[in-house]
Design a protein around this ligand. Sequence first.
Ligand SMILES: CC(C)(COP(=O)(O)OP(=O)(O)OC[C@H]1O[C@@H](n2cnc3c(N)ncnc32)[C@H](O)[C@@H]1OP(=O)(O)O)[C@@H](O)C(=O)NCCC(=O)NCCS
Length: 428
Amino acid sequence: MAETLTITDNRTGKQYEVPVTDGTIRAMDLRQIKVNPDDFGMMTYDPAFTNTAACRSKITFIDGDQGILWYRGYPIEQLAEHSDYLETAYLILYGELPTARQGDEWAREITLHTMLHENLKTLLEGFRYDAHPMGMFISTVGALSTFYPDAKDIFNAESRRLQTIRLIAKVPSIAAYAYRHSIGRPYVLPDNELSFAGNFLNMLFKMTEPRYKPHPVLERALDVLFILHADHEQNCSTHAMRGIGSSHPDPYSALAGAAAALYGPLHGGANEAVLRMLTEIGSRDNVPAFVKRVKGGEGRLMGFGHRVYKSYDPRAKIIKRIADLVFEVTGKNPLLDIALELERIALEDDYFVSRKLYPNVDFYSGLIYQAIGFPVDMFPVLFAIPRTAGWIAQWEEMLTDPDQKIARPRQIYIGPGKRDYIGREKRK
Ligand SMILES: CC(C)(COP(=O)(O)OP(=O)(O)OC[C@H]1O[C@@H](n2cnc3c(N)ncnc32)[C@H](O)[C@@H]1OP(=O)(O)O)[C@@H](O)C(=O)NCCC(=O)NCCS
């Protein structure tokens, strides 16, 4: 028997049977609930979409209570252990792990598109010497729209595939150029012999040596961090990507908007905020006083808490392990002791336990980034690089989903009723 929900409207005494599919009711089925025929009909009020599914998706599964994250059914722990970022990006985009031949061809195509148009350098030159790299990243990704006008052909699958390759290939180059600009060093061309992560390190850190050789441990650590950040279902920036994409602009414009959503300290800016917080705390001894201030409502413990995870973020567990490997190469980040002490105290404290606040992906990632040599400003950019795969996959899923249309929420108007205009001289 089909599942239904029976709703009794005690304003009218009427009963309604609403179909239940996948544990949800369709918000539009509530519209039939009216007090009289002129009534607009019942809506739901859900600021911040805390209980609204806005799409059906095959890409990423999260069980926030159990701390589970899968990409296309594969547990994140297995991908972090055995896969690499490019293969994971392929999986997220196309639904299956590539065969050996598909994987090689995919890597080759990405490698062939890493170069940036020379005019983009001129654009980057226009930024002030101390411009935040994330601002430069957002602007430059948006500017790509003007370099590839063919990208407007969004209902052409071949065109979408080309833009996908361009975007995945070029975001590390844009990120590296933004970084080099901010420290006044010349841009470094991509090295096609290196891996995706290795080449990124090359474009960031190469100096006068004829060939840059990435440290294998740091290269692998960065690649695993990229895997962990590649998608995370309907978060704020993905929602922005889908929302902007729903009016059918080219993917570069939509992705610039998604990256802007990522920039905020409650989302991709959180790892930057964690580092600033740890630096401000200064020493282990100051941790209890800091936690007391947070509990008293003075700010938040950055890198803690998550809208979906109400247990330990599975990505944070993996990152904690990578941190140990990285610190063996780079030496321990002195802020690590403060972070460990914060975590210890918070996980024993009823304030955090009762609210199910656990470390999230950003709590330890910043410490690794800093140890590898990235300045704090680069952290949100490092998040945007791998998330590009997830944004595009979600955008494409939205475009090809017959249920989707231009995104347009409703509101409850609470402003004044109709009133007549009063001339300026008569206003009190
Ligand atoms: C991620 C985040 C935005 C999710 O927010 P949310 O789902 O809207 O949760 P809420 O803001 O409703 O928080 C629920 C309760 O926990 C508290 N809380 C949430 N995160 C907190 C944190 N990091 N530190 C201290 N208290 C926190 C809130 O004050 C609230 O307490 P209350 O019920 O007494 O008012 C939030 O946890 C946060 O701001 N974390 C810090 C930023 C961060 O690390 N972001 C990266 C996410 S990957």
